[in-house]
Design a protein around this ligand. Structure first.
Ligand SMILES: O=C(O)CCC(=O)C(=O)O
Length: 274
């Protein structure tokens, strides 16, 4: 299903677009899962709607233990295999499910960021991003080609007002003002259809393309984060305290490979003996 060329593109660019790989059955389950979570939001529901806006920008993560629809997608759909193949992993562990909903008229969207500083993981990780409605470039994501290989971590901006979290330590720089100097970067973006997905590295810088304009249509997307063979849980600091504690409640040991009830192995390469 995934060509060697596409794997190489993913490795070099830090992002790849896969066409027609997620069947309607999985999309319908994800849609049901979001509806269930909206009716009964869980501990990690977050509302990033700015004050005064009537159109919401909301998301929720780590819903799958309470949402059987997401559990089915994670365990039985090809998402784990897609992630493992592109990361050239021998096995992958589920790290996190996270859906986003940006209602028509919403005036904000994900600012420039990469995912790694928000969480406590090091090593090789990726995100499989699946739109439930067609996402034309304007409503989809834009990436900076190759930015996962810059060897730099950026402080995590908070989604509603683009205010940075207090990421302590010299490892973190402020995200550069990318929009003010577009000539310095090479951007990648796609019209993503229902059934397609984008897969990107945990360190690839990206944002919602039209983050400063109102969304034309309500857009829902589900994302799944996966870790490869070398992914380690390493608590980062005060700003990730809540999620670190949550993972440890599930039995995850600090400074150890990811492996606990919340982050099970979901895919492995079949070894063939010669
Ligand atoms: O789809 C979105 O609205 C934002 C997704 C995103 O930025 C992420 O998964 O890191």
């Amino acid at each position: 299903m995934i060509s060697k060329e596409l794997v190489e593109t993913y490795q070099q660019d830090g992002v790849a677009c896969l066409r027609d790989v997620i069947s309607k059955k999985w999309l319908a389950l994800a849609s049901e899962g979001i509806n269930q979570n909206l009716k009964n939001p869980g501990r990690f529901f977050r509302d990033h709607t700015p004050a005064g806006s009537s159109s919401r920008y909301v998301f929720e993560y780590w819903t799958w233990p309470q949402t059987p629809q997401f559990e089915q997608v994670i365990m039985n759909s090809p998402v784990g295999e897609i992630a493992g193949t592109l990361m050239r992993a021998n096995h992958v562990h589920m790290v996190m499910d996270n859906w986003f909903m940006r209602e028509a008229g919403a005036r904000n969207g994900a600012p420039w960021h990469h995912d790694e500083p928000y969480f406590d993981f090091e090593g090789t990780l990726c995100i499989v991003w699946i739109p439930l409605e067609r996402a034309p470039v304007e409503d989809g994501l834009t990436f900076i080609r190759g930015s996962h290989r810059w060897g730099q971590l950026y402080v995590a901006p908070e989604f509603s007002e683009n205010v940075p979290f207090n990421c302590e330590g010299s490892a973190y720089q402020t995200v550069p003002d990318i929009d003010a100097h577009p000539e310095d970067y090479e951007f990648l973006s796609w019209d993503v259809d229902v059934g397609d997905c984008l897969v990107f590295d945990f360190r690839t810088l990206h944002c919602v393309t039209n983050k400063q304009k109102s969304a034309q249509e309500t857009q829902r997307r589900v994302t799944f984060r996966f870790g490869a063979d070398d992914t380690v849980f390493s608590p980062r600091g005060k700003w990730t305290e809540e999620t670190s504690a949550y993972l440890m409640e599930f039995g995850q040991k600090p400074e150890s490979p990811i492996d606990c009830k919340l982050m099970p192995k979901v895919w492995g390469r079949t070894l063939t003996w010669r």
